[in-house]
Design a protein around this ligand. Structure first.
Ligand code: NAD
Ligand code: WQD
Length: 336
């Protein structure tokens, strides 16, 4: 298939490119490089058949979208491009709605013009909000607590309405907490500035860029008092997109899938796994709870297995070991 990947130079996108090219799909990336590096494209080409096409452009630029759609004529779009920092979204709501929501509308319009009927969308478990029950299944009520979460939920509705009206197919993937890196240690996550997320922060402590991890609260109602999340290896997540592209060929309308492992780990368990992987102690300090955090969450990911034949294969050790291999080989990310 011919697959257009928006935001393909980013963390999850780059790993997905490797899996798509490995399955002999033809792939074109559209990315404005706002949160990524062109080095990613070279590294993906080095890991694969070298046939990746790349166009630097913005999903909010209708003319750029039309040009790419017209020349590439995709059978499906995987739509990763977007902004993802929860804190920033509360300070710059219009920018988040513009990129995440208006950008998604632009992608759908451009697809319509060339008769492309399938989209795989990067949604997030954050659309569920405070758990009413756990594990979250796809029928759990949605009540996002951040602007970021609302941009994802609104985009889900837009894609669903579009699919129902047009006879198209929208696969809405609700990712849990992506971590880890490619086994080659040449692709991984490198946040700008101070990492917001746990795993990159731990990794930067391990290489000596940060002094200690602040554990945001150790008085939650969890077995060790620290927050529990459903961490998913980015290569498993990438493979979920390949499964979704295949599934979309035989599906109509919108379909939502949780993409997680179903196995929650606490902050202290993540630190312990990383210490084993890197062979060093990770200094920690206990800090107050972070505003907006919930105690625990995990996925019921059984629907993705039943319908798409996808399930996570990598365990916690793989997540920690691959992160350490990437971080230690590329302490400055793609600038090395
Ligand atoms: P990322 O920032 O590494 O990748 C996003 C890519 O989109 C970047 O390469 C960036 O340059 C590009 N981009 C941003 N705005 C663009 C625009 N206007 N036009 C073209 N390209 C643009 O993020 P990621 O972690 O790979 O996340 C990918 C998607 O998955 C995002 O939509 C994110 O919201 C979603 N998601 C991420 C997580 C997570 O924890 N990483 C969890 C759930 C959902
Ligand atoms: C995990 C756990 C923290 C950092 C976020 C977004 C979500 C999704 C994934 C995009 C929590 C604790 C963290 C630190 C800590 N992204 N922690 N010290 O908050 O579950 O999800 O990323 O869709 O929308 O909200 O992930 O990695 O930030 O936190 O103790 O320095 O680690 O309190 O328990 P989160 P996270």
């Amino acid at each position: 298939m011919r697959v257009l990947v928006t935001g393909g130079a980013g963390y999850i996108g780059s790993h997905t490119l490797v899996e798509l090219l490995g399955q002999a799909h033809d792939v074109l990336v559209l990315d404005n490089l706002e949160n990524s590096s062109p080095v990613v494209i070279d590294r993906v080409n080095a890991l694969t058949n070298g046939n990746l096409e790349f166009v630097e452009g913005d999903i909010r630029d209708d003319a750029a979208l039309d040009t790419v759609m017209d020349s590439f004529r995709p059978d499906a779009v995987i739509h990763f491009a977007g902004l993802k920092a929860v804190g920033d979204s509360m300070e710059q709501p219009l920018s988040y709605y513009d990129t995440n929501v208006r950008g998604t509308i632009g992608v759908l319009r451009a697809m319509d013009k060339v008769g492309c009927t399938r989209i795989i969308f990067s949604s997030s478990a954050t659309v569920y909000g405070e758990p009413v029950y756990l594990p979250y299944d796809e029928a759990h009520p949605t009540n996002p607590t951040s602007v970021y979460g609302r941009t994802k939920l609104v985009s889900e509705h837009i894609i669903s309405d579009w699919a129902n009206a047009s006879g198209g197919t929208g696969i809405l993937l609700r990712y849990f907490n992506p971590v880890g890196a490619h086994a080659s240690a040449t692709l991984g996550e490198h946040p700008d500035g101070v990492p917001n997320n746990l795993m990159p922060f731990i990794a930067q402590v391990a290489v000596g860029k940060r002094k200690a991890l602040s554990i945001f609260g150790d008085d939650y109602e969890t077995p060790d008092g620290t927050g529990q999340r459903d961490y998913i290896h980015v290569v498993d997540l990438a493979r979920a997109h390949v499964a979704a592209v295949n599934f979309a060929q035989g599906a109509k309308g919108a379909k939502t899938f949780n993409i997680g492992t179903g196995q929650p780990y606490s902050v202290r368990e993540m630190v312990a796994a990383f210490e084993t992987a890197c062979g060093k102690d990770i200094p920690v300090v206990v800090a107050p709870r972070r505003a907006g955090d919930i105690a625990a969450m995990q996925a019921d990911a059984s629907l993705a297995k039943a319908e798409m034949g996808w399930a996570a294969e990598h365990d916690l050790n793989d997540m920690a070991a691959s992160t350490w291999a990437w971080q230690s080989a590329n302490p400055n990310g793609y600038e090395d």
